[in-house]
Design a protein around this ligand. Structure first.
Ligand code: BES
Ligand code: ZN
Length: 638
């Protein structure tokens, strides 16, 4: 039934050419698609969009695009359904270097439009005169350098034979390939028909129609739908020579054929993670939970694209030691995708909640000990961010003040780790059962809607504190949400979590002979990271050599351990680490690894600058725009 109705809607919106169709499209269709509200309070206004959603807003996007790997462009049409005030004459959309070839009503009547000047972060507004039209069709192509998209040459893939396309929308990059209102508070349903050259397979962050059709010779068309309103940064695409492997009844993994065995083995617990998450905070509402393991140039560890999490291959260690990444992206199916920060100033509502939730899933699957250790590592990240910025710095506030919001997610220690610590502190004060019941209620009440810090505070008061003034005082909610630094009630991690490692760190500090390679062998990845991140930052070459040789650090197959080692080694200008770093920076495009290593090199004066410049000249073209944009600012001083 639902399928049929969707078909009817799609038919009305995009297929009818007769003028009568316009009338049908203008009146709400028989099944109206789910439309999410727009928040009207000043704290919910997104400074990173040109849209004026209270005048005219997009409710549905219908894409019909072809992928052109030669010109590195997507081209076709976007048909937008619009909700507008009855007297609204224009709609404002976001765009970034799109080449718009025409905008028409559904009946083909050209609509006047203007494109404003380009802002480096926001892109350019498209103002379309819609008159009484409430469905418009935009014919366009993306620029070859569209920031969301990375077009990989065959040599940049594991298989080496076919090109690959991947996208990254969060926070404001999707406007470089989709002309819509690109703001997390303006949710939209969407569907897409994507044509790609054979033998490439296309996947997207929406339900995939099982069959694809062969259109022109050598090309196939793939169809997708997302019938729940999502923030537009969550529309994502990948295309390549990829295969699927089932993991469980509603979970599976895509990757290049060369990676699929290793990927599936690392992800063997995915179905259980979904079950654990549901047990904690209520049903998984998106249907399937699949993941795609992308080529190593993917600029993030993971991205929570609905129904299809995007993952870096760098989390594959062979022992499931880095799968908290998967727990994290899965948790976003509640915190972030279901209840979404209305603006990037409230990014902690996505990332802090998710980091807390991730740790709860890890505890369910792998036990308290591992969860406590990962919690302690996360707390240490928050502590370093506090130390770096100062305890009274504005950037250490969860709700970020205007101008301090950092939509591209580099202020991790605060947004992620202070955010998680707030929830953990609250949980410890009110007790788990009560906390979990409240959190589940928060997800339920705001499902498929945007939220702000003020809404969270009001919800906590109404449903958790419930007028208990002593509890209100104890929780220090406003200090947590709006204040800098650590509130006095902060729940610090269990000092026992790493007691043996901390002892080993101090023993090594006094005497390098205290290092025990046999202990290291039995340590968990979290323990190894704790050790490498905690020993004194200044180390003499002999000690670095001892570490490297006795622990085989340069040869580790664990990319997090390798990254921690390279951090330490390069900060001490340890020559033998340079070729290892060079190899790592050429192999991996994940910004969390790449950017800090270039920063460390750059901080080493002539020695490091010359190395950084040489390596970057070689590696830059392999990075996604997210990574090269950040590294350019360091190495090229842009
Ligand atoms: N949603 C983020 C990635 C992101 C954040 C992209 C902000 C753009 C702007 C994703 O869920 C994430 O947090 N990824 C982390 C992994 C995590 C385990 C901390 C990453 O990529 O490292
Ligand atoms: Zn996240």
């Amino acid at each position: 039934m639902r399928l049929l109705l969707i078909f009817l809607c799609t038919f009305c919106v995009s297929a009818c050419a007769a003028p009568a169709a316009e009338d049908i499209a203008a009146t709400p269709p028989a099944i109206s698609r789910m439309v999410a509200p727009i928040l009207t309070t000043p704290d919910a206004q997104d400074p990173y969009t040109y849209a004026q959603p209270l005048v005219a807003r997009v409710t549905h996007v219908s894409l019909n695009l072809a992928l052109n790997f030669q010109s590195k462009q997507v081209l076709g049409t976007a048909t937008l359904s619009i909700d507008a005030k009855s007297d609204a004459d224009t709609i404002v959309l976001d765009s970034r270097n799109l080449e718009i070839t025409g905008i028409t009503s559904v009946s083909g009547q050209p609509l006047p439009f203007t494109i404003g000047s380009q802002d480096p972060v926001k892109g350019a507004p498209i103002t379309v005169t819609i008159g009484t039209h409430r469905t418009i069709q935009i014919a366009y192509r993306s620029a070859p350098g569209a920031e969301a998209l990375q077009w990989l040459n065959p040599e940049q893939t594991a298989g080496g034979k076919h090109p690959y396309l991947l996208s990254q929308g969060q926070p404001t990059l999707n406007r470089s390939w989709i002309p819509t209102q690109d703001s997390p508070g303006i949710r939209q349903t969407w569907d897409a028909e994507i044509t790609a050259p054979e033998p490439l397979t296309v996947v997207m962050s929406g339900a995939r129609e099982s069959s694809h059709s062969t259109m022109e010779p050598g090309h196939r068309k793939f169809r997708f739908t997302m019938d729940k309103p999502v923030a537009p940064y969550l529309i994502a695409i990948a295309a390549g020579d990829i295969v699927f492997r089932e993991l469980g009844p509603r979970t599976g993994v895509w990757s290049e054929p060369a990676m699929i065995d290793r990927a599936a083995a690392e992800l063997v617990d995915t179905e259980r993670m979904v079950e654990a998450a549901e047990k904690l905070y209520g049903p998984y509402r998106w249907g399937r939970y699949d993941v795609i393991v992308l080529p190593p140039s993917f600029p993030y560890g993971g991205m929570e694209n609905p129904v299809l999490t995007f993952l870096t291959p760098t989390f594959i260690a062979g022992d499931k030691s880095l799968v908290s990444l998967v727990a994290h992206e899965l948790a976003h199916s509640w915190s972030g995708n279901l209840v979404t920060n209305a603006t990037w100033a409230d990014g902690w509502l996505n990332e802090g909640f998710t980091s807390y939730f991730e740790n709860r899933v890890m505890e369910e699957l792998y036990g308290v000990r591992r969860a406590r250790q990962e919690e302690a590592l996360s707390f240490a990240d928050a502590e370093s961010a506090m130390a770096e910025h100062g305890l009274d710095a504005d950037i250490t506030r969860l709700r970020l003040p205007p101008g301090m919001d950092d939509p591209d997610g580099s202020a991790g220690g605060i947004v992620y780790d202070k955010g998680a610590t707030f929830l953990r502190t609250t949980e410890r004060i009110v007790g788990r059962d009560r906390f979990d019941a409240w959190l589940r209620g928060w997800f339920d009440k705001h499902a498929f809607q945007p939220a702000t810090s003020a809404m969270l505070l009001a919800d906590m008061r109404a449903n958790l504190v419930r007028g208990d003034m002593a509890l209100e005082k104890q929780l220090m909610l406003e200090d947590w949400i709006y204040g800098p630094g650590w509130p006095a009630n902060v729940a610090r991690p269990d000092a026992q979590a790493f007691a043996n490692i901390d002892a080993a760190v101090s023993a090594f500090g006094k005497d390098s002979a205290a290092l025990s390679p046999t202990d290291w062998k039995i340590w968990t990845t979290a323990e190894r990271l704790r050790f490498l991140n905690s020993i004194a930052r200044k180390q003499r070459p002999e000690r670095l050599e001892l570490l490297d040789e006795s622990l085989s650090l340069s040869a580790t197959g664990n990319n997090e351990v390798l990254f921690s080692w390279l951090n330490l080694a390069l900060a001490n200008r340890y020559e033998p680490a340079v070729p290892v770093a060079e190899d790592f920076l050429a192999r991996v495009g994940r910004r969390k690894f790449v950017l800090p290593l270039f920063k460390i090199l750059w901080a080493q004066g002539d020695w490091g600058r010359q190395i950084a410049t040489r390596i970057y000249a070689k590696t830059r073209s392999g990075y996604h725009a997210v990574t090269s944009g950040s590294v350019d600012a360091v190495v090229m001083g842009n």
